[in-house]
Design a protein around this ligand. Structure first.
Ligand SMILES: O=C(O)CCC(=O)C(=O)O
Ligand SMILES: [Fe+2]
Length: 298
């Protein structure tokens, strides 16, 4: 008998705004939500990230570029960015699309991306290409790119191929179908893991900065190793929802435990030995109870 919770129903919040975003996202493969957070919050995030950007060398790779800076561990570098990750509209969208295929979705990575002048257009790709298992129609992950700067066609706004999530992946893409996510700071571009896109070329004189926070099914490996990025002594300071999203909560049944317990026990120190617990969903617990009761009667 499988211990997975197939009976799970969609826990959508039924927020009509979220439902409208979800339907556009499913149709077009991407959406832009204008001004989702105030400009002041973005100013604060930029301020917090300034020293880290200053220290970070350019990325080195044909895919990640040579005139681009990329930084992980963003929640420690910018505490204010934590609220972007747990924004209720974003979580509502993730719950609706990823929720039905996992017990809980998770954060896949954080990356602040600064495309410097002179950077070329990134290879068009799907973010879910790292998962070597095609499963058309079900999304593994979804990406949210928060504009920390003005995103313009000239400075490298993300290039998106609308509706490409409905087609096989291809590198030569029809230029006339591409759109660029021009948006103001505080707006967010969201695209499906199966939507083809890439960073734009920066033909301006100023850098373009964005913050990606992506989410994935809770039973997949995360791209950015969240437990190394945020070990228990760091994560214990985070809000509870964020700790859960980065993985300090078991994905039931039985994925991600520490000594058979919820990893959050580590926030209280490192106990020498602990009893292993059944970490299964309630319906599985009931099923086991019923099975054992039936055996006793027989
Ligand atoms: O920087 C961007 O606009 C997009 C970057 C991207 O898609 C990636 O690195 O996977
Ligand atoms: Fe990407």
């Amino acid at each position: 008998m499988p211990l997975t919770n197939n009976a799970k129903v969609n826990k959508n919040t039924h927020d009509t705004r979220v439902m409208d975003y979800v339907s556009r996202l499913r149709n077009n493969g991407y959406i832009i939500i204008e001004d989702l957070v105030p400009r002041l919050m973005i100013d604060q995030i930029n301020e917090e990230l300034r020293p880290s950007f200053h220290q970070t060398p350019n990325s080195e790779g044909l895919f990640w570029g040579f005139q681009t800076k990329r930084m992980g561990r963003v929640f420690t570098k910018s505490p204010t960015s934590q609220a972007l990750a747990t924004h209720p509209v974003i979580l509502g969208i993730m719950e609706d699309i990823l929720g039905p295929n996992c017990e809980k979705f998770q954060i896949n990575l954080t990356q602040a991306i600064r495309i410097e002048p002179g950077e070329e257009e990134q290879l068009m790709h799907r973010d879910d290409e790292m998962f070597p298992w095609g499963h058309p129609g079900s999304e593994f992950m979804i990406n949210a790119m928060w504009a920390l700067d003005e995103f313009t066609a000239e400075n490298g706004a993300t290039v998106v191929w609308p509706r490409s999530h409905l087609k096989p992946v291809q590198r030569e893409v029809p230029q006339e179908e591409l759109v660029q996510a021009e948006m103001k700071p505080g707006s967010v571009l969201i695209w499906l893991g199966s939507t083809q896109h890439g960073g734009g070329a920066n033909r301006s004189r100023k850098a373009r900065t964005g913050l990606t926070i992506s989410y994935s099914l809770g039973w997949l490996r995360q791209a950015e190793n969240q437990y190394l990025a945020y070990p228990p002594e760091v994560a214990r300071e985070f809000p509870e929802k964020l700790r859960e999203l980065i993985g300090y909560k078991v994905h039931r049944p039985n994925l991600g435990w520490y000594e058979g317990q919820e990893p959050e026990v580590l926030f209280e120190g490192r106990p020498e030995s602990l009893p292993a617990l059944d970490l299964v969903p309630r319906d599985v617990e009931l099923m086991i109870q019923e099975y054992l009761a039936g055996k006793q009667v027989a």
